[in-house]
Design a protein around this ligand. Structure first.
Ligand code: NAD
Ligand code: TYD
Length: 356
């Protein structure tokens, strides 16, 4: 039997990269990996599958309509999984232009290309086709001290990033309602794990700690995020792709609510233990409280009951096991970190620090 083919966008980024590597290890699908290789996309992540016969990398953008049409007609995929995005809140606060162009306009172009392709498929292939849109819990806004985001929580995005993701979710919903495109949307909490660009909280803190730089904690470090190990997210996406109901939304989360300060303290303790020879220890002394992010959402927390009940997905990693693996991975993969930060884009991170 022929393998299924999935068009994955953003598969050189953090979650998409983990997803593509996982598919190659599973050996059940062929992946066409479309990625624009922005600062966040790195071929170093995919170096282990460079010559894999089931992986075909295409350098290109969601906004290249002729390319999208060409790829769909040529490869006749059974599904599209849309990871591609501008994903960092702080960058969206500095300048939202790329976020609108990729997250909103790019998703529109991908939906249109998918719709034209899907309309031309045989009845059987049309019925089996899926468009899975990977989104975030940040579209729901910020929680108070209690309560959890469910699939019916009203959208209240607060940052330019989450506003563009919310807009893209609405487009996806409309393409199902109006045109019947068999879409699935997943809204996931904060991910962590291997291959995450060191601008997000966890890899940034690990990298800075190892270099003896300040660990910049925004405000008092009291904001809460609900952390999920990236491999668990990838498994959840597989579950939704294979068994989710078209038109439905699935929240994904790890039941791991932590304040940022708790996360940084745990990271410091892990680094003290796993890198005992580090000249920087004890790493806690590097923590610095800095000016808060404007519009900083206080708390995110996911009710993942629907995906558990309907599709049987539960996370496999606890925060403790996942974070330990992650710190060890960064300790073992300094070369990957250097390869992704040794370009001009890293300058952006440095500038941010200097300004705070
Ligand atoms: P990332 O920033 O690490 O990777 C994004 C990838 O998209 C990069 O490889 C980049 O080159 C590519 N890309 C950007 N613009 C593109 C364009 N116009 N055309 C094609 N490719 C383009 O992001 P991530 O953290 O892996 O997030 C992946 C998806 O998951 C995003 O849609 C994000 O909103 C969502 N998400 C992320 C998290 C998280 O904690 N990181 C949580 C929930 C949902
Ligand atoms: P981040 O990893 O940027 O993810 P998001 O903003 O999408 O949740 O940030 C996670 C949390 O950590 C968030 O509350 C902001 C905070 N944070 C810091 O305190 N210091 C930092 O240097 C960064 C990047 C984030």
């Amino acid at each position: 039997m022929n393998k299924k083919t999935w068009l994955v966008t953003g598969g050189a980024g953090f979650i998409g990269g983990n997803f593509v590597l996982r598919q190659m290890a599973r050996g059940e699908v062929m992946v066409i990996n479309l990625d624009a290789l922005t600062y966040a996309g790195n071929l170093a992540t995919l170096s282990g599958i460079e010559d894999h016969p089931d992986h075909y990398f295409v350098l290109g953008s969601l906004n290249d309509q002729p390319l999208l049409g060409y790829l769909l007609e040529t490869w006749q995929p059974d599904a599209i999984v849309n990871f591609a995005a501008e994903s960092h809140v702080d960058r969206s606060i500095d300048s939202a232009e790329d976020f609108v162009q990729t997250n909103l306009v790019g998703t529109f172009h991908l939906l249109e290309a998918a719709r034209h392709y899907w309309n031309g498929l045989s009845v059987e292939k049309r019925a089996a086709f899926r468009f899975l849109h990977v989104s975030t819990d940040e579209v729901y806004g910020s929680l108070g001290e209690t309560g959890l985001f469910t699939e019916t929580t009203p959208y209240q995005p607060n940052s330019p990033y989450s506003a563009t993701k919310a807009g893209s979710d609405h487009l996806v919903r409309a393409w199902h309602h109006t045109y019947g495109l068999p879409v699935l949307t997943t809204n996931c909490s904060n991910n962590y794990g291997p291959y995450q660009y060191p601008e997000k909280l966890i890899p940034l803190m690990i990298q800075n700690a190892l270099e003896g730089k300040a660990l910049p904690v925004y405000g008092q470090g009291a904001n809460i995020r609900d952390w999920l190990y990236v491999e668990d997210h990838c498994r959840a996406i597989e579950c939704v792709l294979e068994n989710g109901q078209p038109g439905e939304v699935y929240n994904i989360g790890g039941h791991n609510e932590k304040t940022n300060l708790e996360v940084v303290h745990t990271l410091c303790a892990l680094l003290d233990e796993l890198a005992p020879d580090s000249a920087q220890g004890p790493h806690r002394q590097l923590i610095q409280f800095v000016t808060d992010r404007p519009g900083h959402d206080q708390r995110y927390a996911i009710d993942a009951g629907k995906i558990q009940r309907e599709l049987g997905w539960v996370p496999e990693e606890t925060f403790e096991t996942g974070l330990r693996k992650t710190v060890q991975w960064y300790l073992d993969n300094g070369e990957w970190v250097q390869s992704v930060i040794n370009d001009c884009h890293h300058q952006w991170i440095k500038t941010q620090y200097d300004e705070r």
